[in-house]
Design a protein around this ligand. Sequence first.
Ligand code: UFG
Length: 322
Amino acid sequence: MKILVVGGAGYIGSIAVKNLIRQNYEVVIFDNLSTGNECLINKDAKFFRGDLLDFNEISQVFKNEKIGAVMHFAAFSQVGESVKNPQKYFINNISGSLNLFKAVLENDVKKIIFSSSASIFGEPKTVPIIEEAEKNPTSPYGTTKLMIENILSDYDKAYGLKSVCLRYFNAAGADSEGKFGEMHDPETHLIPLVLKTAKGERDAIKIFGTDYKTKDGTCIRDYIHVEDLISAHISALDFLNKENKSEKFNLGSEKGYSVREIIEKCKKITGINFKVEETERRAGDPAKLIASSEKIKKKLGWKPTKNLDNIVKDAWKWEKKM
Ligand code: UFG
């Protein structure tokens, strides 16, 4: 089966491509390289450079290749930037997805796996967060992810397009063989920033807020190894092939770590001490996000196989290579 990986030159997309190829899928990558990287394009996949905002460019891929299913990773994904420039996010994430779905429907492809996000929930009332929890995104980025989930539900009802929406919590770590990893510019994520500080590329790591109502005053997140995240995509693909039904799943490790705990873990694994500064809260950060992943475990038989040590070790191996 030939899989189209949209955004296959990005951090998560490139690891998806590698793992799909390893499982004997034929892979076609479509990426505009705006946030993706040429060096993350897998040599064993066919690559089309194009932009989802240009319908003809994505349509052409379906004309040239017999695609069986689509994995859709392509989106702008910086929460803070989306608050400052919502138009950029709505045009790119929504219009781009609409063009992709139009091409999918015109070419009679009926299966899509969509990268959704924990940010659709906003500030949760309780944790762990279950699939049915209230959805009040606190950023335009989160709103785009929720809108696309809703579009997919309507397209299933009207056109029979089957989708699995995977709501990522904090994707982290790197390819365990060190070939693919995070290369954001600018980098905003905690673990790569801490490791860049350990490497001496930055003077200090800033903790954004120490007065949250959590065990040590800093925010708690559910970090999931990117390879576990991709194994969930492959399980979702098997599910679509077998059951031909749409589903939405929360995807995390179900364990929460505070910012301080992450910093300590990075110090321990790198063996390097570095400067830590306590600063103001970052606007829009919920205090505590932890997934309930019971539904995906039960329905797809998926389970995470990697812990925080694996995440930080693989991220450090990648960081040292950069
Ligand atoms: N943090 C710091 N210092 C930094 C960077 C981050 O203290 O220099 C803190 C943040 O305040 C937050 C935690 O570390 O409490 C994690 O921050 P990240 O930026 O790594 O990740 P987020 O939880 O903000 O965002 C992630 C994904 C988003 C997704 C969101 C869902 O990166 O794409 O989860 O809430 F939308």
